[in-house]
Design a binder for this molecule. Structure first.
Ligand code: NDP
Length: 281
């Protein structure tokens, strides 16, 4: 049986096993996907060697970039790996966060975007948008985080440039644990009035989610993130990060099985699932 896993610290909250194990059972693949808690960097290599493929989450995406035998595609530009496959005793690293995000917004006709935050997810999103010809502004209070963007000719500022944006992205951790907003309300109000879409990388979660049925119910009935709840009295259209999470997992699945299953096919399988249809009624 093939073995896969998601590696991080903390890891208990991860929804990836539910998604991957659902796909294995639906497609009749003899494989198992588990959460793997890795407290220290030293243990990482050994764990990766024991798996056929893995997803990597906080805080190891940049470390794994450094230990891959070969880094593929956009992961090279981002400098972070969230998906790995072991083939012929070599580790191949990929980044599916970037394309997972793009799949959520690709049909919106985005010409310019403002990214709030400058950590791992902001880097992946900024590189992806730049690649797609979108004009990107990054806002990061912390100037220590500016170098990555400067080196890639992406505009970065410690002050928000108040102008009209097609897409506003919250790529900070604000709203994850508490109801914090990423920037002061006065600025948000102005941005909400001048932007078409708001994408919040944060997604709501529920610790009781432990099966595909509970995940699908949650997918349909989930609550708004603090930022999306705050935006609801404005005409800006909103999306949270749950679909990005799902899409990065489907893209990783595609990579684990060498594109035997396409992203579109996997997405259709998920959205056509009977349970999701029942919940939508
Ligand atoms: P990082 O820790 O790499 O970066 C976090 C960024 O948020 C930094 O710029 C940090 O600024 C800023 N920040 C943190 N707290 C606040 C706050 N209260 N107010 C304003 N800014 C703040 O994290 P990631 O980029 O990896 O992840 C960010 C969020 O995105 C996480 O909550 C994560 O769960 C989510 N995520 C979602 C994904 C999805 O598939 N939907 C994929 C990846 C991540 P500073 O420099 O000042 O610390």
């Amino acid at each position: 049986m093939q073995q896969f896993g998601v590696i991080g610290n903390p890891i208990s909250h991860s929804l990836s096993p539910i998604i991957h194990n659902f796909l294995f059972s639906h497609l009749g693949i003899k494989a198992f996907y588990q959460k793997i808690y890795v407290p220290h960097l030293e243990k990482l290599n050994g764990v990766l060697d024991s798996l056929d493929g893995a997803n990597i989450t906080l805080p190891y995406k940049e470390e794994v970039f450094g230990i891959c035998d070969e880094v593929m595609g956009i992961a090279k530009e981002i400098g972070a790996v969230n998906t790995i496959v072991n083939r012929d005793q070599k580790k191949y690293g990929f980044n599916t966060d970037a394309l997972g995000f793009w799949k959520c917004v690709e049909n919106l006709g985005i010409r310019n975007a403002l990214i709030l935050g400058a950590g791992g997810s902001a880097k992946a999103i900024a590189v992806m948008l730049q690649k797609m010809g979108v004009e990107v502004d990054v806002y990061a209070k912390n100037k220590l985080r500016h170098l990555f963007f400067i080196q890639r000719q992406i505009k970065v500022n410690a002050k928000i440039d108040l102008k009209d944006y097609d897409l506003l992205i919250n790529a900070t951790s604000a709203g994850l644990i508490t109801d914090d907003l990423p920037v002061p309300e006065k600025i948000l109000k102005e941005l909400f009035c001048r932007s078409r879409y708001l994408f919040d990388v944060i997604y709501p979660s529920d610790s009781r989610m432990n099966s595909i049925d509970s995940f699908l119910d949650f997918f349909v009935h989930r609550k708004a993130t603090p930022l999306i709840a705050y935006a609801q009295s404005y005409s800006i259209q909103t999306m949270d990060g749950l679909e990005m999470l799902l899409f990065q997992a489907l893209l990783a699945f595609e990579i684990f099985f060498s594109k035997q299953y396409s992203f579109e096919e996997l997405r259709a399988l998920f959205y056509n699932s009977k349970k999701l249809h029942r919940s939508k009624k």
